[in-house]
Design a binder for this molecule. Sequence first.
Ligand SMILES: [Zn+2]
Length: 116
Amino acid sequence: MVNGDTVPNIDTLKLLSKIFDVSANTFLGSPRKLICQCCGMPLDDDGQISREPDGDFNEDYCKWCYADGEFVYKSVKELTDFLVGHVSNESFPPEQARAYFNAHLPQLGHWKNREK
Ligand SMILES: [Zn+2]
Protein backbone atom coordinates (compact mmCIF):
# COMPACT_ATOMS: atom_id res chain seq x y z
CA MET A 1 0.00 0.00 0.00
CA VAL A 2 1.18 3.51 -0.77
CA ASN A 3 2.01 5.54 2.30
CA GLY A 4 3.31 9.08 2.79
CA ASP A 5 6.94 8.41 2.00
CA THR A 6 6.69 5.70 -0.61
CA VAL A 7 6.60 6.61 -4.26
CA PRO A 8 5.02 3.88 -6.37
CA ASN A 9 7.51 2.32 -8.75
CA ILE A 10 7.12 2.75 -12.48
CA ASP A 11 5.31 -0.54 -13.07
CA THR A 12 2.84 0.20 -10.30
CA LEU A 13 2.30 3.64 -11.76
CA LYS A 14 1.60 2.23 -15.19
CA LEU A 15 -0.89 -0.18 -13.74
CA LEU A 16 -2.62 2.52 -11.70
CA SER A 17 -2.66 4.80 -14.71
CA LYS A 18 -4.46 2.07 -16.65
CA ILE A 19 -6.92 1.22 -13.88
CA PHE A 20 -7.94 4.79 -13.18
CA ASP A 21 -7.45 5.96 -16.76
CA VAL A 22 -5.38 8.97 -15.73
CA SER A 23 -1.81 9.74 -16.74
CA ALA A 24 1.00 8.85 -14.34
CA ASN A 25 1.79 12.55 -14.02
CA THR A 26 -1.75 13.40 -12.98
CA PHE A 27 -1.77 10.49 -10.60
CA LEU A 28 1.28 11.92 -8.84
CA GLY A 29 -0.37 15.32 -8.52
CA SER A 30 1.09 16.76 -11.75
CA PRO A 31 4.69 17.34 -10.59
CA ARG A 32 5.77 17.84 -14.18
CA LYS A 33 4.48 20.58 -16.42
CA LEU A 34 3.73 18.59 -19.55
CA ILE A 35 4.14 20.22 -22.92
CA CYS A 36 3.58 18.55 -26.25
CA GLN A 37 7.07 17.95 -27.66
CA CYS A 38 5.72 18.39 -31.17
CA CYS A 39 3.54 21.53 -31.12
CA GLY A 40 4.36 23.03 -27.71
CA MET A 41 0.82 22.98 -26.38
CA PRO A 42 0.56 22.73 -22.58
CA LEU A 43 -1.05 19.45 -21.56
CA ASP A 44 -3.05 20.52 -18.54
CA ASP A 45 -5.58 17.79 -18.71
CA ASP A 46 -5.41 14.10 -19.48
CA GLY A 47 -7.97 14.56 -22.25
CA GLN A 48 -5.27 16.39 -24.23
CA ILE A 49 -2.56 13.76 -23.81
CA SER A 50 -1.93 11.32 -26.65
CA ARG A 51 -2.22 7.59 -26.25
CA GLU A 52 -0.45 4.62 -27.68
CA PRO A 53 -2.59 2.29 -29.82
CA ASP A 54 -2.98 0.00 -26.77
CA GLY A 55 -4.50 2.85 -24.74
CA ASP A 56 -1.48 3.80 -22.61
CA PHE A 57 -0.84 7.49 -22.21
CA ASN A 58 2.10 8.99 -24.07
CA GLU A 59 2.83 12.07 -21.97
CA ASP A 60 5.24 13.55 -24.48
CA TYR A 61 2.63 14.54 -27.03
CA CYS A 62 -0.85 15.96 -27.40
CA LYS A 63 -3.49 13.79 -29.00
CA TRP A 64 -3.61 16.01 -32.08
CA CYS A 65 0.07 15.50 -32.93
CA TYR A 66 0.28 11.80 -32.12
CA ALA A 67 -2.67 9.59 -32.96
CA ASP A 68 -2.95 5.81 -33.37
CA GLY A 69 0.80 5.41 -32.90
CA GLU A 70 1.63 7.83 -35.70
CA PHE A 71 2.81 11.39 -35.83
CA VAL A 72 0.33 13.54 -37.70
CA TYR A 73 2.81 16.14 -38.93
CA LYS A 74 5.76 15.00 -41.00
CA SER A 75 7.68 18.25 -40.90
CA VAL A 76 7.96 21.48 -38.95
CA LYS A 77 6.69 23.26 -42.03
CA GLU A 78 3.53 21.17 -42.21
CA LEU A 79 2.82 21.76 -38.53
CA THR A 80 3.61 25.47 -38.78
CA ASP A 81 1.23 25.89 -41.72
CA PHE A 82 -1.51 24.20 -39.75
CA LEU A 83 -0.93 26.19 -36.57
CA VAL A 84 -0.66 29.53 -38.35
CA GLY A 85 -3.96 28.82 -40.07
CA HIS A 86 -5.63 28.11 -36.75
CA VAL A 87 -4.22 30.59 -34.28
CA SER A 88 -3.71 33.73 -36.30
CA ASN A 89 -6.26 36.50 -36.00
CA GLU A 90 -6.33 40.29 -36.03
CA SER A 91 -4.21 40.70 -32.93
CA PHE A 92 -1.84 37.85 -33.86
CA PRO A 93 -1.32 38.22 -37.61
CA PRO A 94 -0.13 35.24 -39.68
CA GLU A 95 3.39 36.65 -40.25
CA GLN A 96 3.84 37.11 -36.53
CA ALA A 97 2.42 33.68 -35.78
CA ARG A 98 4.76 32.10 -38.33
CA ALA A 99 7.79 33.88 -36.87
CA TYR A 100 6.80 32.69 -33.40
CA PHE A 101 6.42 29.04 -34.44
CA ASN A 102 9.57 29.13 -36.55
CA ALA A 103 11.47 30.24 -33.48
CA HIS A 104 9.88 27.86 -30.98
CA LEU A 105 8.94 24.59 -32.65
CA PRO A 106 12.47 23.51 -33.61
CA GLN A 107 13.43 23.63 -29.92
CA LEU A 108 10.90 21.00 -28.93
CA GLY A 109 12.09 17.45 -28.39
CA HIS A 110 10.33 15.97 -31.37
CA TRP A 111 11.98 18.29 -33.91
CA LYS A 112 15.26 19.12 -32.24
CA ASN A 113 17.40 16.54 -33.98
CA ARG A 114 15.37 16.15 -37.12
CA GLU A 115 15.56 19.19 -39.28
CA LYS A 116 16.47 22.82 -39.33
ZN1 LIG B 1 0.99 18.63 -30.09
